[in-house]
Design a protein around this ligand. Structure first.
Ligand code: IPM
Ligand code: MG
Length: 351
């Protein structure tokens, strides 16, 4: 098992260091090799996705990523910005299926900004398409019109096969859960997502046991805070999934808790927290490493087929939370506030 470790920017190195500590403590015989990406890639090799980093990621069985981005790179040409490195590695590795679970640990019910009764028992899986849509569609760019005014263009597009393969991922996951898929679109306005809906309906015929429903994205955003427990698996395109997964994360108390997996057709995957690089708190050793540590559990489950080890790690995290150990983002009165590295140590101890 070879894992490419890409810490990235901001809090990336701090949280990844905790995940690496946990992987070592688990003694599963994983080989790890580190490489720069994002702003760190730009600093090291003048490219947010250096060729050597891409090569390492392609050769590895799985990739563990921290986060990319820092304000100081916002003025670089677009292709040199950290986010481009992330988008390119997703595309290069064909990681079209992004799984973002929003699960509420019972101990954190009071850390959510929503009422405990609205979120307790929450267990949603958001399946976000990751290599298509307005993120990658051509034409794109900013140009100057004949009258001298500037115009920005992005193109939302999906072909059938892209929709079908992400649909399949969602239906297969639903079969292992509560057998409900809610497909989120904007079919009342956007043709791209009208096709999305048609393909989902066709695909559902192959999964007679799964109940397929459809929801417009604006309504889905509202339902997620009104009654989130109505959802089991949600499947949606790249841009809607980006937005809805951030929203869903807050149901669980903190975006610092949410792991993610990005998989290709063969379950090779890149694993990263759903949150960003948080440059405002970088280097302070106060970030929550649990999303990254839980991403390791997803890696064990989805790429390495080590379900028992994945359970073991998730249970260790549960025990740490049950003891009242909290980083600042999930701290509530009566619990114990710890640093990022102390949280990593607590998980290792619980293992
Ligand atoms: C995410 C992030 C990225 C995205 C950014 C950093 C490019 O927000 O993984 O959700 O938009 O996909
Ligand atoms: Mg996002």
């Amino acid at each position: 098992m070879k894992i490419a470790v890409l810490p990235g920017d901001g809090i990336g190195p701090e949280i990844v260091a905790q995940a690496v500590k946990v992987i070592k403590a688990m003694n599963i015989g994983a080989e790890m090799e580190e490489a720069p990406i994002g702003g760190a890639g730009y600093e090291a090799a003048g490219d947010p996705l250096p060729a050597a980093t891409l090569k390492l990621a392609k050769e590895a069985d799985a990739v563990l990523l921290g986060a990319v981005g820092d304000w100081k790179y916002d003025t670089l040409p677009r292709d040199m910005r950290p986010e481009r490195g992330l988008l390119r590695i997703r595309k290069e590795l064909n990681l079209f299926a992004n799984l973002r679970p929003a699960v509420l640990y019972p101990e954190l019910a009071s850390a959510s900004t929503l009422k405990p009764e609205v979120v307790s028992g929450l267990d949603i899986m958001i399946v976000r398409e990751l290599t298509g849509d307005i993120y990658f569609g051509q034409p794109r760019g900013i140009s100057t019109l004949e009258n001298g005014e500037r115009e920005g263009i992005n193109t939302m597009r999906y072909n059938e096969s892209e929709i079908r393969r992400i649909g399949r991922v969602a239906f297969d996951i639903a079969m292992k859960r509560n057998k409900k898929v809610c497909s989120v679109d904007k079919a009342n306005v956007l043709e791209t997502t009208e096709l999305w809906r048609q393909v989902m309906i066709e695909l559902a015929k192959e999964y007679p046991q799964v109940e397929l429903t459809h929801m417009y994205v604006d309504n889905a955003a509202m339902q997620l805070v009104r009654a989130p427990k109505q959802f089991d698996v949600m499947v949606t395109g790249n841009i809607f999934g980006d937005i809805l997964s951030d929203e869903a994360s807050m149901l669980t108390g903190s975006i610092g808790m949410l792991p993610s997996a990005s998989l290709d057709e063969n379950n090779k995957g890149m694993y990263e927290p759903s949150h960003g690089s948080a440059p405002d708190i970088a280097g302070k050793n106060i970030a929550n490493p649990l999303a990254t540590i839980l991403s390791v559990a997803m890696m064990l489950r989805y790429t390495f087929n080590m379900a028992a080890q994945a359970d073991r790690l998730e249970q260790a995290v549960g025990r740490v939370l049950a003891k009242g150990v909290r980083t600042a983002d999930i701290y509530t009165e009566g619990t114990t506030k710890v640093s990022c590295s102390e949280m990593g140590d607590a998980v290792v101890a619980a293992l």
